[in-house]
Ligand binder design. Structure first.
Ligand code: ASP
Ligand code: MG
Length: 417
């Protein structure tokens, strides 16, 4: 029996009853013969409460102080879980990010883990203890507390699993696993048994909140198998793992959406070299992340350019465009917040044709106009009017028959024989 890492999210540790439950579950893994490293989130709502306090004092809290503040939620739950484990007779010790030896860069609020020294965890495991680590945090080379971005406890868990070469990283949450789409929108949505890192990355970056995107990148890089499952029942969950050849039999694994983007259209810009450079360089320098970009073919020396940014960055992006307007000779700028990006994701797209056509046909049949399209090897995304988004997700789910069990093991017909 090897080492496993278990991570428990906010709802799984939201009160003492839940913490006791988690302690029982961790204890059972230990009794089954595993060495266990547990990573915990803050209690549900706790981090938001801390954020709220800081924002009551100022719009722009100092980054160093803000990180120390936010890291405290996870410290509370790590200590409480260690106490709960000890009470059940399981030797346990809690560790802050610093004590666990999680060394990060200096980017407060979105730090990246540079390395994990982990001496004290090793020592605790050597003494037969459960190591309980406060998630979402580390320490910079200057000894300041850093945090890993919202949802960062997932990344703490995967990084520890990689550093300690754990056989499995279990992510315990309040849903049974990864679904074909949001079950709140499509009640027939089905839980997936397995999904590839690539697909999970696309779903996570589109806003499927089960896993922090960065944690999936890390899991892929170090080939850490992830099991996403519920801490509220014994159901088996969804295994996120490296791509297997049968996964390509399933054309579309899931449908994701992102309601958090706004569209900015720049109409009538001079069609000459350097204009796009100027626009996107200025946005990049302002640390604004641009997602989709389309430009039409120039006509009469003028072109139109449309791009999307997060709703949060929209005011700043629009202001920058207004500032560039005169300089670049832009005729008109339009901003639209009433959009949603809907995407189909699946590694099977690499080997199947007609997938995009099927998506467009489905949207057309539902009378939904497509405003922007972008594709990658395993994804097709469309921007549509926000008011149609639930309809779009439902119709696509039906068109690609995602409610049906299309298990890889059932459908063994090879594409090329
Ligand atoms: N507590 C942090 C958050 O709410 C980190 C986490 O839960 O993963 O974002
Ligand atoms: Mg989370």
């Amino acid at each position: 029996m090897g080492l496993i890492v278990q991570k428990y999210g906010g709802t799984s540790v939201r009160d003492m009853e839940r913490i006791r439950q988690v302690a029982r579950r961790v204890g059972a893994a230990r009794e089954a013969g595993h060495d266990v490293i547990v990573v915990v989130s803050a209690m549900a709502g706790e981090t938001n409460k801390l954020v709220g306090w800081a924002l009551e004092l100022t719009d722009l809290p100092d980054e160093r102080e803000y990180d120390l503040l936010l890291s405290s939620g996870e410290r509370i739950t790590s200590a409480l879980l260690a106490i709960a484990l000890q009470t059940l007779g399981h030797p346990a010790q809690s560790f802050t990010g610093r004590q666990a030896g999680i060394i990060t860069d200096f980017a407060h609020g979105r730090a990246r883990i540079a390395r994990i020294t982990g001496e004290r965890i090793r020592e605790a495991l050597g003494q037969g203890k459960v190591a309980v680590v406060a998630g979402f945090q580390g320490i910079s080379e200057k000894s300041d507390v850093s945090t890993l971005g919202r949802g960062g406890s997932d990344t703490s868990a995967v990084a520890l699993a990689a550093a300690f070469q754990a056989g499995l990283c279990e992510i315990f949450t309040d849903v049974d696993g990864v679904y074909t789409t949001d079950p709140n929108i499509v009640p027939e949505a089905r839980k997936l048994d397995r999904i590839s890192y690539e697909e999970m990355l696309e779903l996570a970056s589109l806003g499927a909140k089960v896993l922090q995107t960065r944690s999936v990148e890390l899991a892929k890089k170090y080939n850490v198998p992830l099991m996403v499952r519920s801490s509220f029942n014994e159901n088996p969950g969804t295994l996120v793992t490296k791509e297997e050849s049968q996964m390509e039999d399933v054309v579309v694994a899931g449908i994701a959406y992102n309601k958090d983007e706004a569209k900015i259209s720049v109409l009538g810009i001079p069609d000459r070299p350097g204009v796009a450079k100027r626009i996107f360089r200025t946005l990049a320098d302002a640390r604004i992340l641009v997602d989709m970009i389309i430009q039409n073919i120039g006509k009469d020396g003028l072109a139109d350019l449309t791009f999307t940014v997060s709703k949060e960055d929209r005011p700043r992006a629009a202001k920058i465009m207004e500032q560039l307007k005169e300089d670049l000779g832009i005729q008109e700028i339009q901003v639209d917040e009433n959009i949603v990006k809907v995407a189909i994701v699946g590694v099977g797209m690499r080997s199947h044709t007609g997938v995009a056509a099927q998506m467009f046909e489905t949207l057309a049949d539902a009378g939904i106009n497509i405003e922007m399209i972008s594709t990658s090897e395993i994804k097709v995304s469309c921007v549509i009017d926000a008011k149609y988004f639930e309809l779009a997700v439902r119709e696509l789910h039906r068109a690609f028959q995602l409610e049906k069990e299309q298990a890889y093991h059932e459908k063994k017909t090879p594409l090329k024989s």
